[in-house]
Structure formats: structure tokens, C-alpha cells
Design a protein around this ligand. Structure first.
Ligand code: UT7
Length: 335
């Protein structure tokens, strides 16, 4: 059986920087509140005039990943695209990326697992590589949150947190035993689906119902998050799923060289860092600059960590995510 390794990483962020102080123009909030509760200083929000979308950003990140892998677009066999903010309700964004990159008629699969989407997508890609079906798979996470946030005092509990951006990797076939992607671990708990969700428009709440009710207090078409409830579950599940990955590979926390947590909240990452006894240089965080970019957060962070030379061959790299669904997941690499 083959194994998988990441042969290239890339990311793309929109130019438009929105600082915490910029948000004060839109809602009652403060730089101090946002920094203290989340660690975020600024995020990128697409400038609507730029024409950027979830798919165009994903395609740019993908191009960068293909280039860093030393491959050509034609070398890619399959696309797996993780997003909660596709350009259209249907079809999914994977086909848009296939079209933008001018790829041949290769398959494109969309993954709908929100903050855990990238790790789920990696796991799916890994199965295709292991069986020998594909050699090089583009795995992308991209999100355009800014257009759908309620940027008012009512929506501030959510809107200050989320940012736009895209990250991608090429997962490639390897024949080197004991190196590359060693295991992935996927979980969900649908009982809490509504705690971090966007209810409508959807088949459960069609557009005509929203229009008919015309209720000024209707917030169903904005993302909802029960922040403290999500936070409490996140810290538990992050820890569990990292331990699961270590146990599955006969490793302990002392073996971790680099932890790349989903960038949900700096306080969560710091809690996990302390719990696993990791030094600052062993946990990669960039939420300060980009906010929470959901499915894009891990591949953006990974791409930056690789670009900055923070990951060396042989390093044990752990990725872990938790979010809407609830879903949570981890992936462990020997780089
Ligand atoms: O990526 C998916 C996973 N996501 C997560 O893991 C996120 C988990 N949750 C969190 O990160 C935190 O719960 C938040 C950052 C979302 C919120 O922080 P918190 O410490 O849990 O605050 P809170 O929601 O309990 O709100 C505390 C107070 C409230 O005011 P009162 O009721 O105490 O008067 C809020 O109305 O802070 C108020 N508040 C704000 N104030 C200024 C909420 N949002 C804001 C804001 N600016 N943006």
C-alpha cells in the first residue's frame, strides 16, 4: 500500500485588512474586548469591488500549492474542496476551481465539515492515495465569510471573529514507509448541530418563507454561535483528538514538533499548548492576523509555517480542528 505526503502548500489572502478599530465604525465593540477574548488584531475581508470569491481564492491558493510541489496543473488527478461558504448553493465550489485552473475533466468533491473540513478532506484524499487510485490530489480550504456576517452590534459575537482566505496542499503518493501522513481521526456529534449554524436559507427554511415572514428580528440567515458552549466543547475535543492521534502512532506529547490547531480562538490554542506542555515555537498561530477562516485556517497556517522554515524533515506535525456540526478531527504527519 502507498502512503501520502504533502508535496506542496500554498495560500491566498485578500488584500483588504480590517482592524479591530475599523469594526468600531460598524458596531459597539473594542480592540481590547476582541484581543482579550479571541487574540485577533485584524482579519482580511474581501473588498466586494475586487470580484474575489471563495472559488477564485481557492484557485489562487491551489496554484501556489501546485507550484510549490514542482508540479503542473495537468499532474493533478482529483480535487477535494472544503468550504462552508461556496459561491453558489449548488453546484459546489470544487468544479469552479477545476474550471478556473483549466484542468481537464478530473473529479471534484466538496466537503461540508466547516472548521474540521480541511482535516476531513485530507483524510478522504489519503484513502484515495493509499489505494493507488490517485497520485496527486489537490486539497483546498477556502472561505468568504465577510459577505454573510451581520456587521452590527447584534451580530458582534460572531462577526468580529471570522475572516476570509484560502489555503491548499497537494497530497501526493509516497513509497517511503513511516513518513508522510500517518493517521487521521474523524468525529462528529450532531446533537449540537444548532449551536454553531446558519439555519436559512436552506431546505429547512426556504427563501420564500423568509420573505413571507418579513420579520425584522429574523437572524436565521446569519451565522449563529453559542460561544461559551462551543468553547467548552472545543477544549475537550481538541485534547481528545490530539491524544487519539498520538496513541494511534505510539507517540506522546513530548514527540510533537509542531502543532497546527484550527485557528478558532487564541485562548483555545493557548489552553491546548499548556495542556500538552508545548513551547511557543511548537504551536503555530496566525489568528492574530487573519481571524477564524474556518476550513482555510489549517492550510493557511501550514503554508505559512512551511514558508517560514518552521517544519523540518522528520518532524512530527499534528493538525487538529473542532467546529460546527459539531465535528472534530486530527491528522498526524512525520514530515
Ligand atoms: O471555529 C469554530 C469553533 N469556534 C470556537 O471554538 C469559538 C468558541 N467561543 C469563543 O471563542 C468565545 O465564546 C467568543 C470569543 C465567541 C466569545 O467570548 P466569551 O468570552 O465567551 O464572551 P460571551 O459570548 O460570554 O460574551 C460576554 C459579553 C457579553 O456581554 P454581557 O452579556 O456580559 O453584558 C456580550 O454581549 O461580551 C459581549 N460581547 C461583546 N462585547 C464587545 C460579545 N461580543 C462582543 C464584541 N465586542 N464583539
Amino acid at each position: 500500500m502507498y502512503t501520502s505526503r504533502i508535496s506542496g502548500c500554498g495560500h491566498f489572502l485578500p488584500d483588504n485588512i480590517v482592524t479591530n478599530n475599523d469594526l468600531i465604525e460598524l458596531m459597539e465593540t473594542s480592540d481590547a474586548w476582541i484581543q482579550e477574548r479571541t487574540g485577533i488584531n485584524e482579519r482580511r475581508w474581501i473588498d466586494p469591488a475586487s470580484g474575489e470569491t471563495t472559488s477564485t481564492m481557492g484557485a489562487k491558493a491551489a496554484r501556489n500549492a501546485i507550484k510549490s510541489a514542482g508540479l503542473r496543473v495537468d499532474d493533478i488527478d482529483f480535487i477535494i474542496f472544503a468550504t462552508l461558504s461556496p459561491d453558489m448553493y449548488f453546484p459546489g465550489g470544487g468544479v469552479r476551481i477545476q474550471d478556473i485552473l483549466g484542468m481537464t475533466t478530473i473529479g471534484a468533491l466538496d466537503v461540508r465539515n466547516q472548521c474540521s473540513g480541511f482535516v476531513y478532506a485530507l483524510s478522504v484524499a489519503d484513502q484515495f492515495i493509499k489505494t493507488g487510485m490517485y497520485k496527486n490530489i489537490l486539497v483546498i480550504g477556502s472561505e468568504n465569510h465577510s459577505g454573510g456576517l451581520e456587521k452590527t452590534t447584534r451580530g458582534r459575537g460572531v462577526s468580529v471573529i471570522f475572516g476570509d482566505g484560502a489555503g491548499a496542499v497537494v497530497l501526493s503518493r509516497s513509497e517511503v514507509e513511516g513518513c508522510g501522513l500517518l493517521s487521521t481521526h474523524l468525529h462528529s456529534e450532531g446533537a449540537h448541530a444548532e449551536q454553531l449554524s446558519l439555519a436559512g436559507p436552506s431546505t429547512g427554511r426556504w427563501v420564500d418563507q423568509i420573505i413571507r415572514e418579513n420579520d425584522p428580528n429574523d437572524t436565521s440567515y446569519y451565522p449563529y454561535m453559542n460561544g461559551q458552549f462551543v468553547f467548552k466543547h472545543a477544549v475537550v475535543r481538541f485534547s481528545e483528538v490530539i491524544n487519539e492521534a498520538l496513541d494511534a502512532n505510539g507517540l506522546s506529547s513530548a514527540d510533537i514538533d509542531m502543532l497546527i490547531p484550527h485557528q478558532a480562538n487564541l485562548r483555545i490554542a493557548q489552553f491546548i499548548q499548556k495542556k500538552f506542555g508545548l513551547e511557543d515555537h511548537q504551536v503555530f498561530n496566525n489568528i492574530m492576523r487573519y481571524g477564524n477562516t474556518t476550513a482555510a485556517s489549517i492550510p493557511i497556517a501550514l503554508s505559512e509555517a512551511v514558508e517560514q522554515g518552521l517544519i523540518k524533515p522528520g518532524d512530527v506535525v499534528v493538525m487538529a480542528a473542532f467546529g460546527s456540526g459539531f465535528t472534530w478531527a486530527s491528522a498526524l504527519f512525520r514530515w
